[in-house]
Design a protein around this ligand. Structure first.
Ligand SMILES: [Zn+2]
Length: 404
C-alpha cells in the first residue's frame, strides 16, 4: 500500500511531465519511487514559513470608518511598576503623546479614545489632566483598583471610597485587568489566588454602579492559553514567543472556572454595567457568550484584539452582531508603539483592518499588520454590517454607557 503523501507526490511529478494520471490502483507508480529516492522533502522551520496566498480576490482599503468611532479599549498609559503581574504603584508610564494619538484619530475618524489603564490616586489625576482635560471630548480615562492595600482589614470600604475619589478626579469607568483571577493572591504576590467574585470587592462593584461608571473587565484569555503548549496548540507560535502567557497547569483556574466566577459576580451586582472585554473572553465559543448575554442584562462585550477569532467564523459572527447589536462595543486594545504585539499596535493599518472586517465582504485577509498572523495561522473574512448596526457598534452603544 502507498500512503497518501507518496501518492500526492507521485501525482505531482507525473502531472509535471504531462502524463495522464490514471485511477489509483494500489500500486506505487514507478515514477514516484524514482523521484523520491533522488529528492526527500526539505524540513522547514515553522518560524521561517511565510506562505504567499495565490488567491486573487477583491481587496478594499477602508481608510476611514463610515461613522465616527469611540475606541472603548486602548492603553495610552500603564502602571510604572508591577510585581508578579500585580500593579503596585499609582505612577503612570505614558506610551504615546496626545498629539501622536490625535493624528491617527483624525485620519481614521476616531472621535474618542478610552484609556482603560489610568491607574489610581495621583497617577490617575495626572493622566486625566494630560489627556481628558487638555483635549476635551477626545480622551476618556478609566481608573483601576489599588491592590497594594488589599491586605488591610478595611480594604472593601477603602476601595469603594477610592472609586468615589477617582470619579471626582475625572475617571469615567473602572478597568479590571486579568490580575484579578490570575495574579492577585491573598498576600498580594504570594498565597492562594483571589477569586473574581471574592466578597471583599462587593462595595467596589456597587460604588461603580451608583456612580454610573461602567466596569471594563478582562478575565481569562484565549482558550488555547489554558491547554499545553504543544504541537496540537493552535496558538503554539504565540505561546512559544510569550511563554508567560500560558495559564496551563500550576494552580491556575480553568477558563470555565474564571468565566463562572465572573458570571456569579455580575449576577450579584445587577445595577452595575459590565463590559466584558475581548468578546466576553470567550470568542472561540460565541454560543457561550450569547447564553451569558441572555442571562445577564448588565453584560456587554467589546471586540478588542479578537477580530482574528470573529473573522474566522464570519457567518456566526454576523448573526451575533445582528442579534446583539445593542451590546457590542468597538474596541481594539490599541497600544501606542506596541510593535511587539502587532494585533494591538496603535497605527493606521490596525484600524483599517478592523474597518475592513466590519464594513466589507472581503475574504481571506490578515487580521493584524504582521508578516505572520500573531495569534494563530489563519486569515479572516469581512462581515459587511448594515449602517444601523455600524453606528451602534462604532459609537452609540459606548456613548450610552459612558453617558457622552
Ligand atoms: Zn487591554
Amino acid at each position: 500500500m502507498i500512503n497518501r503523501r507518496q501518492w500526492l507526490y507521485g501525482v505531482g511529478v507525473m502531472a509535471g511531465v504531462g502524463m495522464h494520471v490514471g485511477p489509483l490502483t494500489g500500486e506505487n507508480p514507478p515514477a514516484a519511487e524514482d523521484a523520491q529516492s533522488k529528492k526527500s522533502p526539505t524540513p522547514l522551520d515553522l518560524s521561517q514559513y511565510e506562505p504567499k496566498s495565490m488567491l486573487q480576490v477583491h481587496e478594499t482599503q477602508v481608510e476611514r470608518a463610515k461613522f465616527p468611532v469611540i475606541d472603548f479599549h486602548t492603553h495610552i498609559s500603564v502602571s510604572a511598576k508591577a510585581e508578579k503581574g500585580v500593579a503596585i504603584s499609582p505612577d503612570r508610564q505614558y506610551l504615546g503623546t496626545p498629539q501622536e494619538c490625535l493624528a491617527v484619530m483624525d485620519r481614521k475618524n476616531i472621535k474618542v479614545m478610552v484609556n482603560l489603564t489610568g491607574g489610581y490616586e495621583k497617577g490617575l489625576a495626572e493622566a486625566v489632566g494630560k489627556y481628558d482635560r487638555a483635549y476635551p471630548g477626545r480622551f476618556l480615562t478609566f481608573t483601576e483598583p489599588s491592590y497594594s492595600h488589599f491586605k488591610e482589614s478595611n480594604y472593601p470600604q477603602l476601595q469603594a471610597q477610592a472609586i468615589e475619589q477617582a470619579h471626582r478626579d475625572g475617571a469615567r469607568g473602572m478597568k479590571i485587568l486579568k490580575t484579578l483571577g490570575l495574579y492577585l493572591r491573598e498576600n498580594i504576590t504570594s498565597g492562594p489566588l483571589v477569586k473574581i467574585d471574592d466578597p471583599r470587592f462587593d462595595p467596589m462593584w456597587d460604588a461603580c454602579g451608583q456612580l454610573n461608571m461602567p466596569v471594563a473587565i478582562h478575565i481569562s484569555d484565549p482558550a488555547a492559553f489554558f491547554t499545553p503548549t504543544d504541537r496540537f496548540n493552535e496558538r503554539y507560535e504565540e505561546l512559544n514567543n510569550h511563554p508567560d502567557w500560558s495559564f496551563y497547569g500550576a494552580d491556575f483556574p480553568s477558563n470555565a472556572e474564571l468565566i463562572e466566577a465572573r458570571n456569579r459576580m455580575m449576577a450579584k451586582h445587577p445595577k452595575t454595567q459590565f463590559v466584558t472585554l475581548h468578546f466576553g473572553n470567550f470568542s472561540e465559543n460565541l454560543q457561550n457568550v450569547s447564553e451569558n448575554l441572555d442571562k445577564y442584562p448588565n453584560m456587554h462585550v467589546d471586540m478588542a484584539a479578537r477580530i482574528g477569532e470573529l473573522g474566522r467564523q464570519p457567518f456566526t459572527s454576523k448573526k451575533f452582531f445582528d442579534k446583539y447589536q445593542d451590546r457590542i462595543l468597538f474596541a481594539t486594545d490599541a497600544t501606542p508603539h506596541g510593535d511587539a504585539f502587532p494585533q494591538q499596535v496603535f497605527n493606521d493599518q490596525l484600524y483599517e483592518i478592523y474597518y475592513r472586517f466590519l464594513e466589507t465582504e472581503d475574504e481571506y485577509f490578515y487580521y493584524a499588520p504582521a508578516k505572520i498572523p500573531p495569534q494563530g495561522r489563519w486569515r479572516i473574512y469581512g462581515i459587511n454590517l448594515s449602517d444601523q448596526i455600524l453606528r451602534k457598534v462604532y459609537n452609540e452603544n459606548a456613548a450610552r454607557l459612558l453617558q457622552i
